[in-house]
Design a binder for this molecule. Sequence first.
Ligand SMILES: [Mn+2]
Length: 408
Amino acid sequence: MKRVTFIHAADLHLDSPMVGLKHLPQNIFKKLRESTFESFSKLINIAMMKKVDFLILAGDLFDAEDRSIRAQTRFHKEMEKLAEERIPVFAVHGNHDHIEGEWAHLPMPGNVHIFSHQPEMLKFKNDHLTVHLYGFSYPERHVHSRMIDDYQKVNGGDFHIGILHGHFEGSSNHGNYAPFRLVDLKEKAFDYWALGHIHKRAVLSESPPIIYSGNIQGRNKKETGRKGCYLVELTESGHSYEFIETESVIWDEMFIDASAAQTFHEILIECRRAIEEVRQEQKGVLLKLIVENITLTETEKKGIENGELLEILQDEEKDKESFVWIFELDFKVKVEWNRTKLGNESEFFNELFKQSEQLEYLDGSLSTLYSHPTARRYIDGLSEDDKKILAEDAENLLMHLLIKSEVE
Ligand SMILES: [Mn+2]
Protein backbone atom coordinates (compact mmCIF):
# COMPACT_ATOMS: atom_id res chain seq x y z
CA MET A 1 0.00 0.00 0.00
CA LYS A 2 1.22 3.47 -0.79
CA ARG A 3 2.06 5.41 2.34
CA VAL A 4 3.79 8.69 3.04
CA THR A 5 4.68 10.29 6.39
CA PHE A 6 5.79 13.83 7.11
CA ILE A 7 6.05 16.51 9.76
CA HIS A 8 4.08 19.73 9.38
CA ALA A 9 5.37 22.73 11.32
CA ALA A 10 5.05 26.50 10.87
CA ASP A 11 5.86 29.86 12.41
CA LEU A 12 9.26 28.99 13.81
CA HIS A 13 10.11 32.69 14.20
CA LEU A 14 13.70 31.70 14.82
CA ASP A 15 15.63 34.16 16.95
CA SER A 16 12.58 36.03 18.23
CA PRO A 17 13.99 38.85 20.33
CA MET A 18 11.49 38.34 23.21
CA VAL A 19 10.88 42.05 23.44
CA GLY A 20 10.23 43.56 26.85
CA LEU A 21 11.48 40.58 28.85
CA LYS A 22 15.06 41.63 29.50
CA HIS A 23 14.22 42.33 33.15
CA LEU A 24 13.90 38.59 33.80
CA PRO A 25 16.77 36.92 35.69
CA GLN A 26 19.61 36.29 33.30
CA ASN A 27 19.36 32.49 33.14
CA ILE A 28 15.61 32.64 32.52
CA PHE A 29 15.91 35.26 29.81
CA LYS A 30 18.71 33.24 28.23
CA LYS A 31 16.57 30.11 28.17
CA LEU A 32 13.75 32.11 26.61
CA ARG A 33 16.03 33.73 24.07
CA GLU A 34 17.26 30.26 23.06
CA SER A 35 13.79 28.71 23.13
CA THR A 36 12.95 29.14 19.43
CA PHE A 37 16.20 27.38 18.53
CA GLU A 38 15.80 24.69 21.14
CA SER A 39 12.28 23.83 20.02
CA PHE A 40 13.46 23.82 16.40
CA SER A 41 16.17 21.27 17.29
CA LYS A 42 13.52 19.13 18.95
CA LEU A 43 11.42 19.32 15.82
CA ILE A 44 14.33 18.13 13.69
CA ASN A 45 15.03 15.29 16.12
CA ILE A 46 11.41 14.17 15.91
CA ALA A 47 11.60 14.14 12.10
CA MET A 48 14.73 11.97 12.27
CA MET A 49 13.44 9.65 14.96
CA LYS A 50 10.17 9.08 13.14
CA LYS A 51 12.06 8.64 9.86
CA VAL A 52 9.55 10.75 7.98
CA ASP A 53 9.67 11.08 4.21
CA PHE A 54 9.91 14.89 4.38
CA LEU A 55 9.37 17.99 6.48
CA ILE A 56 6.98 20.84 5.64
CA LEU A 57 7.58 24.35 7.01
CA ALA A 58 4.55 26.55 6.34
CA GLY A 59 6.12 30.00 6.62
CA ASP A 60 7.64 32.49 9.07
CA LEU A 61 10.80 30.47 9.50
CA PHE A 62 12.58 33.62 10.61
CA ASP A 63 11.20 36.27 12.86
CA ALA A 64 12.23 39.39 11.07
CA GLU A 65 12.83 40.61 7.57
CA ASP A 66 16.51 41.05 8.40
CA ARG A 67 16.96 37.34 9.27
CA SER A 68 19.82 37.37 11.74
CA ILE A 69 22.94 35.56 10.61
CA ARG A 70 22.67 33.62 13.84
CA ALA A 71 19.20 32.37 12.87
CA GLN A 72 20.28 31.45 9.37
CA THR A 73 23.35 29.58 10.61
CA ARG A 74 21.31 27.59 13.11
CA PHE A 75 18.68 26.86 10.48
CA HIS A 76 21.38 25.68 8.12
CA LYS A 77 22.88 23.32 10.70
CA GLU A 78 19.55 21.69 11.45
CA MET A 79 18.84 21.28 7.74
CA GLU A 80 22.18 19.53 7.30
CA LYS A 81 21.21 17.00 9.94
CA LEU A 82 18.16 16.18 7.83
CA ALA A 83 20.27 16.07 4.65
CA GLU A 84 22.41 13.37 6.25
CA GLU A 85 19.28 11.33 6.84
CA ARG A 86 18.11 12.08 3.29
CA ILE A 87 15.03 13.94 4.50
CA PRO A 88 14.01 16.76 2.15
CA VAL A 89 12.32 19.93 3.36
CA PHE A 90 9.54 21.85 1.60
CA ALA A 91 9.21 25.38 2.85
CA VAL A 92 7.47 28.67 2.09
CA HIS A 93 8.32 32.11 3.40
CA GLY A 94 5.59 34.05 5.17
CA ASN A 95 4.87 37.66 5.99
CA HIS A 96 7.61 37.75 8.62
CA ASP A 97 10.41 36.39 6.47
CA HIS A 98 9.30 37.46 2.99
CA ILE A 99 11.74 37.22 0.11
CA GLU A 100 12.25 40.95 -0.38
CA GLY A 101 13.61 41.56 3.13
CA GLU A 102 17.12 42.90 3.39
CA TRP A 103 19.35 40.21 4.73
CA ALA A 104 22.72 38.63 4.21
CA HIS A 105 22.00 35.60 2.05
CA LEU A 106 23.36 32.33 3.31
CA PRO A 107 22.65 29.69 0.70
CA MET A 108 20.13 26.99 1.60
CA PRO A 109 21.38 23.39 1.70
CA GLY A 110 20.41 21.21 -1.27
CA ASN A 111 17.69 19.27 0.56
CA VAL A 112 15.67 22.46 1.20
CA HIS A 113 13.13 23.36 -1.45
CA ILE A 114 11.69 26.85 -1.20
CA PHE A 115 8.57 27.70 -3.16
CA SER A 116 8.73 30.74 -5.42
CA HIS A 117 6.42 33.72 -5.08
CA GLN A 118 3.75 32.36 -7.42
CA PRO A 119 1.90 29.21 -6.40
CA GLU A 120 3.73 26.27 -7.94
CA MET A 121 3.98 22.51 -7.63
CA LEU A 122 7.11 20.71 -6.42
CA LYS A 123 7.51 16.94 -6.43
CA PHE A 124 8.61 14.49 -3.80
CA LYS A 125 9.54 11.13 -5.29
CA ASN A 126 10.78 7.84 -3.95
CA ASP A 127 10.79 4.30 -5.36
CA HIS A 128 7.15 3.74 -4.53
CA LEU A 129 5.29 6.97 -4.99
CA THR A 130 5.10 10.60 -6.04
CA VAL A 131 3.71 13.42 -3.92
CA HIS A 132 2.73 16.77 -5.38
CA LEU A 133 3.26 19.70 -3.01
CA TYR A 134 1.82 23.14 -3.75
CA GLY A 135 2.76 26.46 -2.23
CA PHE A 136 4.13 29.98 -2.64
CA SER A 137 6.45 32.30 -0.70
CA TYR A 138 5.58 35.88 0.21
CA PRO A 139 7.40 38.24 -2.15
CA GLU A 140 6.76 41.10 0.28
CA ARG A 141 5.25 41.58 3.69
CA HIS A 142 1.74 42.45 2.64
CA VAL A 143 0.03 39.92 0.42
CA HIS A 144 -3.66 40.60 0.57
CA SER A 145 -4.76 38.89 -2.63
CA ARG A 146 -6.49 35.55 -2.66
CA MET A 147 -3.47 33.44 -3.59
CA ILE A 148 -5.53 30.32 -3.11
CA ASP A 149 -7.19 30.97 -6.48
CA ASP A 150 -3.88 30.25 -8.23
CA TYR A 151 -3.34 26.81 -6.71
CA GLN A 152 -3.83 24.33 -9.56
CA LYS A 153 -3.95 20.60 -9.02
CA VAL A 154 -1.53 18.77 -11.33
CA ASN A 155 -2.49 15.19 -12.13
CA GLY A 156 -0.04 12.35 -11.77
CA GLY A 157 0.74 12.46 -8.05
CA ASP A 158 -0.27 9.73 -5.62
CA PHE A 159 -0.89 12.35 -2.94
CA HIS A 160 -1.48 16.11 -3.09
CA ILE A 161 -0.52 18.47 -0.29
CA GLY A 162 -1.22 22.21 -0.13
CA ILE A 163 1.00 24.55 1.88
CA LEU A 164 -0.45 27.95 2.65
CA HIS A 165 0.65 30.73 4.96
CA GLY A 166 -2.51 32.73 5.26
CA HIS A 167 -5.56 33.97 7.04
CA PHE A 168 -8.66 31.85 7.56
CA GLU A 169 -11.44 34.32 6.81
CA GLY A 170 -13.67 35.11 9.72
CA SER A 171 -11.36 33.57 12.33
CA SER A 172 -9.85 36.74 13.81
CA ASN A 173 -8.41 40.09 12.88
CA HIS A 174 -4.92 38.64 12.86
CA GLY A 175 -3.17 40.09 9.75
CA ASN A 176 -5.48 39.51 6.84
CA TYR A 177 -2.88 37.96 4.52
CA ALA A 178 -3.55 35.59 1.61
CA PRO A 179 -7.09 34.98 2.85
CA PHE A 180 -9.01 31.79 2.16
CA ARG A 181 -12.28 30.15 3.04
CA LEU A 182 -12.60 26.49 3.95
CA VAL A 183 -14.57 25.79 0.80
CA ASP A 184 -11.68 27.15 -1.33
CA LEU A 185 -9.33 24.58 0.13
CA LYS A 186 -11.78 21.71 -0.05
CA GLU A 187 -12.54 22.45 -3.71
CA LYS A 188 -8.93 21.70 -4.62
CA ALA A 189 -9.44 18.06 -3.59
CA PHE A 190 -6.01 17.72 -1.97
CA ASP A 191 -5.18 15.10 0.65
CA TYR A 192 -3.79 17.49 3.28
CA TRP A 193 -3.45 21.23 3.89
CA ALA A 194 -0.47 22.43 5.92
CA LEU A 195 -1.33 25.91 7.11
CA GLY A 196 0.77 28.58 8.79
CA HIS A 197 0.30 32.14 10.11
CA ILE A 198 -2.04 31.67 13.08
CA HIS A 199 0.06 30.78 16.11
CA LYS A 200 -2.64 28.86 17.93
CA ARG A 201 -2.98 25.38 16.51
CA ALA A 202 -6.33 24.42 15.03
CA VAL A 203 -7.80 21.58 13.03
CA LEU A 204 -10.15 23.30 10.59
CA SER A 205 -11.26 20.11 8.90
CA GLU A 206 -10.94 16.37 9.57
CA SER A 207 -11.35 15.11 6.05
CA PRO A 208 -9.22 16.11 4.34
CA PRO A 209 -7.13 17.29 7.28
CA ILE A 210 -6.76 21.10 7.09
CA ILE A 211 -4.53 22.12 9.96
CA TYR A 212 -2.82 25.14 11.46
CA SER A 213 0.05 23.59 13.37
CA GLY A 214 0.56 26.78 15.40
CA ASN A 215 4.02 27.94 16.36
CA ILE A 216 6.63 25.60 17.82
CA GLN A 217 7.42 27.85 20.80
CA GLY A 218 5.27 30.48 22.54
CA ARG A 219 6.85 33.93 22.43
CA ASN A 220 4.72 35.99 24.81
CA LYS A 221 2.04 35.69 27.44
CA LYS A 222 -0.70 35.51 24.84
CA GLU A 223 0.80 32.39 23.28
CA THR A 224 -0.04 30.02 26.10
CA GLY A 225 -0.07 26.26 26.35
CA ARG A 226 1.53 23.47 24.45
CA LYS A 227 3.31 24.23 21.17
CA GLY A 228 4.61 21.87 18.54
CA CYS A 229 4.11 20.15 15.20
CA TYR A 230 1.98 17.49 13.52
CA LEU A 231 3.19 14.07 12.48
CA VAL A 232 1.03 13.05 9.52
CA GLU A 233 0.54 9.81 7.66
CA LEU A 234 -1.35 9.56 4.38
CA THR A 235 -2.25 6.21 2.84
CA GLU A 236 -4.46 5.12 -0.02
CA SER A 237 -7.17 4.23 2.44
CA GLY A 238 -7.03 7.21 4.77
CA HIS A 239 -4.94 9.41 7.03
CA SER A 240 -3.87 9.95 10.60
CA TYR A 241 -2.17 12.82 12.40
CA GLU A 242 -0.74 13.40 15.83
CA PHE A 243 0.34 16.54 17.67
CA ILE A 244 3.83 16.42 19.18
CA GLU A 245 5.20 19.03 21.61
CA THR A 246 8.40 20.86 20.89
CA GLU A 247 8.41 23.90 23.19
CA SER A 248 11.20 24.44 25.72
CA VAL A 249 9.46 27.22 27.63
CA ILE A 250 5.72 27.21 28.27
CA TRP A 251 3.63 30.32 28.86
CA ASP A 252 0.78 29.56 31.19
CA GLU A 253 -1.92 31.10 33.34
CA MET A 254 -3.45 29.78 36.53
CA PHE A 255 -6.19 30.81 38.95
CA ILE A 256 -6.11 30.09 42.67
CA ASP A 257 -9.22 30.31 44.80
CA ALA A 258 -8.01 31.71 48.12
CA SER A 259 -11.37 31.92 49.87
CA ALA A 260 -10.41 29.20 52.38
CA ALA A 261 -7.04 30.73 53.29
CA GLN A 262 -6.93 32.65 56.57
CA THR A 263 -3.31 33.67 56.73
CA PHE A 264 -0.58 34.94 54.45
CA HIS A 265 1.25 31.67 55.03
CA GLU A 266 -1.69 29.60 53.80
CA ILE A 267 -1.80 31.60 50.59
CA LEU A 268 1.92 31.12 50.12
CA ILE A 269 1.41 27.35 50.45
CA GLU A 270 -1.41 27.45 47.89
CA CYS A 271 0.85 29.29 45.47
CA ARG A 272 3.64 26.77 45.93
CA ARG A 273 1.18 23.94 45.29
CA ALA A 274 0.08 25.64 42.06
CA ILE A 275 3.69 26.02 41.01
CA GLU A 276 4.38 22.29 41.50
CA GLU A 277 1.29 21.51 39.49
CA VAL A 278 2.53 23.33 36.40
CA ARG A 279 6.22 22.44 36.68
CA GLN A 280 7.56 20.52 33.69
CA GLU A 281 10.66 18.40 33.63
CA GLN A 282 13.43 19.88 31.49
CA LYS A 283 11.29 22.87 30.59
CA GLY A 284 10.75 26.35 31.88
CA VAL A 285 7.31 27.72 32.69
CA LEU A 286 6.41 31.40 32.67
CA LEU A 287 3.30 31.72 34.73
CA LYS A 288 0.68 34.36 35.28
CA LEU A 289 -0.87 33.60 38.65
CA ILE A 290 -4.20 35.05 39.67
CA VAL A 291 -5.14 34.71 43.32
CA GLU A 292 -8.87 35.26 43.72
CA ASN A 293 -11.31 35.71 46.56
CA ILE A 294 -8.83 36.85 49.18
CA THR A 295 -10.54 37.32 52.56
CA LEU A 296 -7.49 38.03 54.75
CA THR A 297 -7.32 40.72 57.40
CA GLU A 298 -5.45 43.91 56.53
CA THR A 299 -2.36 42.74 58.44
CA GLU A 300 -2.20 39.35 56.75
CA LYS A 301 -2.88 40.92 53.37
CA LYS A 302 -0.03 43.38 53.56
CA GLY A 303 2.58 40.86 52.40
CA ILE A 304 0.65 40.30 49.20
CA GLU A 305 -0.01 43.94 48.44
CA ASN A 306 3.55 45.12 49.03
CA GLY A 307 5.00 42.49 46.69
CA GLU A 308 6.61 40.22 49.28
CA LEU A 309 4.64 37.16 48.20
CA LEU A 310 5.80 37.53 44.61
CA GLU A 311 9.36 38.14 45.75
CA ILE A 312 9.45 34.95 47.83
CA LEU A 313 8.02 32.85 45.01
CA GLN A 314 10.40 34.27 42.44
CA ASP A 315 13.36 33.89 44.72
CA GLU A 316 12.67 30.19 45.12
CA GLU A 317 12.67 29.66 41.36
CA LYS A 318 15.33 31.90 39.97
CA ASP A 319 18.17 29.35 39.95
CA LYS A 320 16.19 26.29 38.97
CA GLU A 321 16.73 24.51 35.69
CA SER A 322 13.04 23.55 35.33
CA PHE A 323 11.77 26.85 36.69
CA VAL A 324 8.26 28.15 37.16
CA TRP A 325 8.72 31.89 37.02
CA ILE A 326 5.74 34.02 37.96
CA PHE A 327 5.96 37.01 35.67
CA GLU A 328 2.69 38.46 36.88
CA LEU A 329 0.83 38.00 40.13
CA ASP A 330 -2.69 39.38 40.22
CA PHE A 331 -4.73 39.26 43.35
CA LYS A 332 -8.35 40.02 43.89
CA VAL A 333 -9.78 40.73 47.28
CA LYS A 334 -13.23 39.34 47.81
CA VAL A 335 -15.61 42.25 47.89
CA GLU A 336 -19.28 41.62 47.39
CA TRP A 337 -21.88 44.08 46.31
CA ASN A 338 -25.45 43.87 45.20
CA ARG A 339 -25.77 45.48 41.79
CA THR A 340 -29.54 45.84 41.82
CA LYS A 341 -29.61 47.22 45.34
CA LEU A 342 -26.82 49.73 44.77
CA GLY A 343 -28.26 50.74 41.41
CA ASN A 344 -31.64 51.46 42.95
CA GLU A 345 -30.15 53.39 45.82
CA SER A 346 -27.94 55.70 43.87
CA GLU A 347 -27.99 57.31 40.45
CA PHE A 348 -24.18 57.17 40.42
CA PHE A 349 -24.00 53.36 40.70
CA ASN A 350 -26.92 52.98 38.35
CA GLU A 351 -24.97 54.96 35.71
CA LEU A 352 -21.73 53.07 36.42
CA PHE A 353 -23.29 49.63 35.91
CA LYS A 354 -25.04 50.81 32.76
CA GLN A 355 -21.79 52.14 31.31
CA SER A 356 -19.90 48.96 32.04
CA GLU A 357 -22.41 46.96 30.01
CA GLN A 358 -22.05 49.16 26.95
CA LEU A 359 -18.96 47.98 25.19
CA GLU A 360 -19.05 50.54 22.36
CA TYR A 361 -17.47 53.24 24.48
CA LEU A 362 -14.32 51.11 24.65
CA ASP A 363 -13.65 51.70 20.94
CA GLY A 364 -13.66 55.42 21.58
CA SER A 365 -11.34 55.15 24.57
CA LEU A 366 -8.92 52.94 22.70
CA SER A 367 -8.98 54.73 19.36
CA THR A 368 -5.87 56.79 20.10
CA LEU A 369 -3.91 53.60 20.69
CA TYR A 370 -5.30 51.76 17.68
CA SER A 371 -4.75 54.64 15.30
CA HIS A 372 -1.19 55.23 16.48
CA PRO A 373 1.05 54.52 13.46
CA THR A 374 3.58 52.44 15.41
CA ALA A 375 1.34 50.80 17.98
CA ARG A 376 -1.18 49.55 15.41
CA ARG A 377 1.52 47.47 13.71
CA TYR A 378 2.05 45.44 16.85
CA ILE A 379 -1.38 44.98 18.35
CA ASP A 380 -4.35 42.93 17.28
CA GLY A 381 -7.90 44.20 17.50
CA LEU A 382 -10.02 43.32 20.52
CA SER A 383 -12.61 40.58 20.22
CA GLU A 384 -16.05 40.97 21.85
CA ASP A 385 -14.86 38.65 24.63
CA ASP A 386 -11.73 40.76 25.21
CA LYS A 387 -13.94 43.84 25.52
CA LYS A 388 -16.24 42.13 28.00
CA ILE A 389 -13.31 41.12 30.17
CA LEU A 390 -11.89 44.65 30.02
CA ALA A 391 -15.22 46.17 31.04
CA GLU A 392 -15.68 43.67 33.86
CA ASP A 393 -12.18 44.30 35.14
CA ALA A 394 -12.79 48.04 35.05
CA GLU A 395 -16.02 47.68 36.98
CA ASN A 396 -14.36 45.42 39.55
CA LEU A 397 -11.47 47.80 39.98
CA LEU A 398 -13.79 50.75 40.45
CA MET A 399 -15.99 48.89 42.92
CA HIS A 400 -12.98 47.77 44.93
CA LEU A 401 -11.67 51.32 45.14
CA LEU A 402 -15.08 52.72 46.02
CA ILE A 403 -15.89 50.13 48.66
CA LYS A 404 -12.37 50.28 50.09
CA SER A 405 -12.51 54.05 50.46
CA GLU A 406 -15.87 53.76 52.18
CA VAL A 407 -14.42 51.35 54.75
CA GLU A 408 -11.32 53.42 55.47
MN1 LIG B 1 3.86 33.89 12.25
